[in-house]
Design a protein around this ligand. Structure first.
Ligand code: SF4
Length: 390
């Protein structure tokens, strides 16, 4: 394991040029049409940037020399900066990535049999303050922009294909928005990024292989199905409102029944009616891991098309919770199996580099009252800012 150096507060000045890394197809078409160029330039640029990983316009040889020079004067392809990389003994890789403004986020690559899952962040910190999550304890700085979200995929692909990357030289086959932040509170930037992940001229991942995980911002979830068909995971973690109010404070605003109704409406909007949501349930010793909780969960989910992912709590400094015992965990799973559900236990990966679920912390500047302000504005009064079409 390599130990990461601290993310210092050296701030790179954000470019004044348009960063094409963060523009989806329609925005790129608009950009080129404003320059008097044909719209197929958008697809050309997307392939150079996302498929080939090229940031220097001079190398984009199917563009005319004059267009390349013009682009160099007004635009850039600028991924966020990797501060450090930590390699776990089990093959998991964590990158500490500096954003404009100096705060750092984390992205994690988890190689498994036949697949490689990249867990990306959507915000710097998180305002929702779930009691079992290290990210929530870091406070909140700001939403990531689209370039910073898709930039994590861009970085992982480049790093994983470096010659020195072997034996972790594996493709990113799946992306999960389960890192730092609540994706639905950063709606437009997240939708733009996931649509790039699934675009044939960018990363070409199937909708089944890109998963957005939410703690349950119900009005935003109700909009999500209008603009994307990404796979959905619900961070549930409790089978009743009383317990979920303690673990996921957002539940006081959007309780379980409203959340599950919204999730079912999302599924109904998808063209393929066989798709399921993933229910994530972090098992915490003596808190939500009892047999009665498993039976309540089975009853609660009723006719919801879903599979259940059980995640043993991963301790982090400052938390009083303990990891579930193996006995309690497998008993919990078996009760769900007996009730007819598909329930799997997520293997803990990367805990030696603090890259396991719930351990991501990054380095978040400004922990003052920004969380509270943001919560008041975004959670209590969620409004679409600029809903992206298709
Ligand atoms: S679990 Fe997710 S929503 Fe809750 S504090 Fe952590 S990052 Fe935020």
């Amino acid at each position: 394991m390599k130990t990461p150096p601290a993310c210092d507060s050296a701030v790179s000045t954000p470019g004044l040029k348009t960063n094409l890394l963060g523009l989806g197809e329609q925005k790129l078409i608009d950009f080129f049409e404003n320059l008097g160029e044909r719209k197929f330039r958008a697809a050309q640029i997307m392939k150079w940037v996302h498929v080939r990983g090229v940031t220097d316009f001079a190398q984009m040889t199917d563009l005319s020399k004059s267009l390349r020079e013009r682009l160099a004067s007004i635009a850039e392809v600028r991924p966020p900066e990797v501060v450090s990389r930590s390699d776990s003994e089990d093959g998991t890789i964590k990158w500490l990535i500096r954003t404009d403004g100096g705060s750092c986020i984390e992205a994690v690559f988890i190689p498994e049999n036949g697949r490689g899952t990249l867990c990306v962040s959507s915000q710097i910190g998180c305002s929702l303050d779930c009691s079992f999550c290290a990210t929530g304890k870091q406070g909140f700085n700001r939403d990531l922009n689209t370039a910073e979200i898709i930039g994590q995929v861009w970085i992982a692909l480049r790093e994983l294909t470096l010659p020195e990357a072997a034996p972790n030289n594996r493709a990113v086959t799946n992306v999960v928005l389960m890192g730092m932040g609540e994706p639905l509170l950063n709606f437009d930037n997240v939708v733009e990024a996931v649509n790039l992940m699934m675009h044939d001229c960018a990363y070409g991942l199937s909708k089944r292989r890109v998963t957005l995980s939410t703690a349950g911002v119900v009005p935003a979830l109700d909009k999500l199905g209008d603009v994307t068909d990404v796979s959905l995971a619900i961070s549930l973690h409790a089978p009743n409102d009383e317990l979920r109010d303690q673990l996921v404070p957002l539940n006081r605003k959007y309780p379980i029944a409203a959340l599950l109704d919204s999730a079912r409406r999302y599924l109904q909007k998808l063209p393929d009616q066989r798709r399921k949501i993933t229910i994530e349930y972090t098992l915490i010793d003596q808190v939500n891991d009892r047999q009665v909780h498993a039976r309540q969960l089975a009853e609660l989910l009723g006719n919801t098309p879903c599979k259940i992912n059980l995640i043993p709590f991963n301790p982090f400094p400052g938390s009083n919770y303990r990891r579930v015992s193996n006995n309690a965990m497998y008993r919990f799973r078996d009760i769900l199996h007996e009730a007819g559900y598909t329930a799997t236990v997520r293997t803990t990966r990367g805990s030696d580099i603090a890259a396991a679920c719930g351990q991501l912390a990054g380095e978040v500047n400004d922990r003052t009252r920004r969380s509270q302000r943001y919560r008041n504005e975004k959670v209590n009064n969620w409004q679409p800012v600029n809903i992206i079409s298709g």
